[in-house]
Design a binder for this molecule. Structure first.
Ligand SMILES: [Zn+2]
Length: 158
């Protein structure tokens, strides 16, 4: 199996390859962990070198910078800040707060426990497995999400 070099993956990330060639790269990426690592490095470097090339990431950086500036959220000058920026319900901190509030609500109202009781009463191995994987999935996703928020926040503070 032929592997692709860092330079080749950088070209792929920068979208400098023909459509057919891109497909070869993608097919290889699905089957090769080694190249996946190189690909991720290339993505990191391209995004680090060209922070404004993607509107999406520039937008995220802007939001995270604003959150860093506005900590803690309940500050008195929020009114003035709010006027100049996007509506509060469109900001990332809003969605973050909602998710945190939902998690606390679900835990305090015993929804997670009732899910556990329900699946335990069914007494089927497949249900047991599903319950574990769903719970793990939620926990993993939440942690991954918080990690990425923290990472972005740190980068914005640099
Ligand atoms: Zn490879």
């Amino acid at each position: 199996m032929r592997h692709y070099s860092k330079e080749e993956w950088t070209k792929y990330v920068k979208n400098e390859l023909d459509h057919d060639v891109r497909e070869d790269y993608e097919n290889h990426l699905y089957t090769c962990d080694q190249c996946l690592d190189i690909y991720i490095q290339a993505v990191d470097e391209v995004e680090g070198a060209l922070p404004v090339i993607e509107n999406e990431s520039a937008f995220t950086d802007l939001i995270m910078a604003q959150i860093a500036r506005n900590e803690p959220p309940a500050r008195t000058e929020r009114k003035g800040v709010k006027k100049a920026n996007k509506p509060f319900y469109q900001s990332a901190i809003f969605h973050y707060s909602i998710a945190a509030a939902m998690t606390i609500l679900l835990m305090s109202t015993g929804v997670f426990q009732s899910i556990t009781h329900y699946t335990e009463s069914v007494q089927m191995p497949s249900f047991q497995e599903k319950r574990t994987s769903v719970t793990e999935g939620i926990v993993d996703k939440t942690f991954a999400w918080i990690d990425s928020l923290e990472k972005k926040s740190k980068e914005a503070n640099k």
